[in-house]
Design a protein around this ligand. Structure first.
Ligand code: SF4
Length: 191
């Protein structure tokens, strides 16, 4: 494999990511800087997330953390992307944060498609937070339900057990918390 050529192709994805509205950071990273930690899955399961077991792109429907570690070991780089969105209504912030999450989802989907076309056949997009494509996910009432938008639905980094904060820190990307804005982070794995 010509690694330099691969990196040049991947840089096109970085440029594309930065052209989207709301994207404040896009960086090509080495997959060894992606931190996967069992505690992230533990938090999904036991820290009160409403989407655990409900959304079909969330645990326990997603691969286990060990399985994901194995999958990740076959990827050599990724594009890490951050979107920043303003929160105007601080008393009712959820619809706004959901809207920004959907915007990142759409961008990750487009970047993944572009990565395929550039010659990364195993490109895999991971969004931030739970999948919000449907108002009501059929997984909420039926664990055997089928996803309604399999072509576009993607799991989140967190659903795979990725420690997003540590991964950002490893790669020199700041994550700030503020009541007036939301930051969503996603990535596209490249191989
Ligand atoms: S696309 Fe719809 S059905 Fe599929 S995981 Fe997302 S919310 Fe659930």
């Amino acid at each position: 494999m010509d690694m330099l050529a691969e990196v040049e192709k991947a840089k096109e994805l970085v440029d594309m990511a930065l052209s989207f509205n709301g994207i404040v950071e896009a960086k090509l990273i080495h997959s060894r800087d992606i931190v996967v930690d069992e505690r992230v899955r533990f938090q999904c399961s036991y820290s009160g997330c409403r989407d655990y077991g409900g959304k079909l792109m969330c645990p326990p429907h997603t691969p286990g953390v060990d399985e994901f570690k194995k999958i990740l070991s076959n990827y050599y780089m990724a594009v890490l992307v951050q979107l920043e969105g303003a929160i105007v209504n601080k008393d009712n912030w959820e619809p706004e944060t959901d809207r920004w999450a959907l915007q990142l989802h759409d961008i990750i989907y487009k970047l993944e498609k572009k990565a395929f076309s550039l010659g990364f056949p195993f490109a895999a997009g991971l969004i931030g937070g739970s999948c919000k494509l449907c108002k009501d996910c059929p997984g909420e009432n039926d664990t055997n339900a089928k996803c309604l938008h399999r072509e576009k639905a993607r799991p989140s980094m967190e659903a795979m057990g990725i420690d997003v904060l540590s991964t950002c820190k490893n790669t020199g990307i700041k994550v700030e918390f503020s009541p007036t804005k939301v930051i969503w982070t996603g990535m596209v794995l490249l191989a």
